[in-house]
Design a protein around this ligand. Structure first.
Ligand SMILES: *[C@@H]1O[C@H](CO)[C@@H](O)[C@H](O)[C@H]1NC(C)=O
Ligand SMILES: *[C@@H]1O[C@H](CO)[C@@H](O)[C@H](O)[C@H]1NC(C)=O
Length: 442
């Protein structure tokens, strides 16, 4: 009996110990079963009709009103249209079980689904087949944008998993000022242009793992303010790539780890982006990155010209480690795979680059560019010279660059025709097994 209690404690404590990066428990505080046994609010009992031309918005809002103090809003398998967007406010101890597929019908801007405030929330599909198909291509074919799909605003103790978000007219998933959250076993697939962000996050204590994003813009990106985030086993399969930013005045980011990040056919493997601004980015690690056919690779750019100059003499980057980066970039002289560019007035300090083995797919050399960046490795300066600029030309392929690709890297993404809903993958990084089995295959 005593041992039983100890092992229960052991099981609860283990994830916290393994992920020291996080500052505490992540995810809902009560189980799916507990929520279902408290109450099930099936949208079909609140006016919902399983038809692609119905409007599931009002039935979701009514089912939520009946279950918001504890229970499960259930969308059974089937196809549902959605023309009225919903904002589900201040729910506690509730779940949104999306076993059906919601198809966007309405053309309003804004967000199709907002979860606002509240705590102990779980959004999932028990079959791993639930999805939101937002048919963004209808807008994109006309050079327009439309609604974002899903936004959580100031939600605590939550998870989202086992669902697909497809073809957003604008962003796919935003976590605004959320805490103690977990995202996993998800696929996001959007059109091939900017402005269709995959996952944008700010807040604290969030674990993102086992996620694939295709969209030609942000893959999994952290914005300010943010602290204590662990982002791992991410597959950017034809995307913009993962990033931090854009950063401006009063930036406050610390204790962020990205690891096991696989990026193919993207703009970058990782970019930290600012232009002027103030505040700090500190105590971050970027480990075990693999990439192929990306334009940029490791890019810390404090003069990022796509952002207009922000008030302040520069964001202070300090104590940042890049370790074990492998693979190839598209053209290593056109865009330096190592690019660490900091202002002379606000130099980057405590930067470490180790085991950086990235080669080029065209030409026979790569450039490493550093400016006012201090620390160890690569073209960083280990001294305390106030101002410097260095470009190294690397002419020999590093021994470890030739690293396996994922089996099925995307080679194109449509913009003017519908994007099919993909199944959720069962691997997101070469050799890595997702931490949690898909619910639909248990
Ligand atoms: C540097 O950052 C790491 C996390 O990446 C942290 O563990 C370490 O304590 C930091 N060092 C200092 C001197 O703050
Ligand atoms: C990457 O995208 C391609 C094209 O859609 C797809 O066939 C492949 O399965 C994706 N990779 C994974 C691991 O899901």
């Amino acid at each position: 009996m005593r041992l039983g209690i100890l092992s229960v404690f052991g099981a609860l404590l283990l994830p916290a110990l393994v992920s020291a990066q996080l500052s505490g428990h992540v995810g809902p505080t009560t189980t799916r079963d507990a929520k279902r046994s408290k109450k099930v609010c099936n949208v079909l009992d609140y006016g919902g009709v399983a038809s692609k031309t119905s409007d599931i918005g009002p039935p979701i809002a009514s089912a939520f009103a009946a279950c918001k103090t504890g229970g499960t809003v259930y969308i059974p398998p089937g196809d549902y249209g959605m023309s009225t967007w919903v904002s589900l406010n201040s729910g506690t101890g509730w779940a949104l079980q999306l076993d059906g597929i919601i198809y966007r019908v309405g053309t309003d801007g804004g967000n199709m689904i907002v979860i606002d405030k509240g705590s102990d929330f779980e959004m999932y599909s028990s079959t791993s087949k639930g999805a939101i198909q937002a048919y963004g291509y209808v807008f994109h074919a006309d050079q327009k944008y439309g609604a974002r799909i899903l936004r959580l605003d100031s939600v605590k103790d939550f998870s989202i998993h086992d669902i697909a978000l497809v073809d957003a007219p604008a962003f796919h998933l935003v976590l605004d000022t959320c805490s103690n959250g977990e995202l996993y076993n998800m696929i996001i697939r959007g059109g091939n242009e900017g402005g269709l962000d995959g996952i944008d996050i700010w807040g604290s204590n969030i674990h993102v793992h086992d996620v694939e994003v295709s969209n030609k813009d942000e893959c999994v990106t952290v914005k300010s303010p943010a602290s204590n985030m662990l982002i791992e086993n991410i597959y950017c399969n034809w995307s913009g790539g993962c990033a931090m930013g854009s950063l401006g005045s009063g930036t406050d980011i610390s204790n962020i780890i990205y690891r096991n990040i696989y990026t193919a056919n993207s703009n970058q493997m990782y970019m930290l982006k600012s232009n002027g601004g103030s505040g700090t980015v500190k105590n971050c690690q970027f480990s075990n990155f693999i990439g192929h056919s990306n334009a940029y690779t490791l890019d810390l750019n404090a003069f990022w010209s796509s952002e207009k100059v922000q008030t302040g003499s520069g964001v202070q980057y300090s104590n940042i480690t890049f370790d074990n980066w492998k693979g190839t970039c598209s053209d290593g002289t056109k865009r330096a795979p190592m690019n660490v560019i900091c202002p002379a007035d606000v130099p980057c300090t405590g930067i470490t680059i180790t085991d950086f083995e990235v080669w080029t797919e065209s030409g026979s050399s790569v450039l490493w560019k550093c400016e006012n960046a201090f620390g160890t490795g690569g073209c960083l300066d280990s001294g305390d010279v106030k101002t410097y600029s260095a470009v190294s030309t690397i002419k020999a392929a590093p021994s470890g660059y030739n690293i396996p690709k994922m089996a099925d890297d995307l080679t194109s993404l449509p913009l003017t025709e519908s994007i099919p809903i993909p199944p959720i993958p069962t691997t997101f990084f070469p050799g890595a097994t997702p931490a949690t089995t898909l619910l639909g295959t248990r």
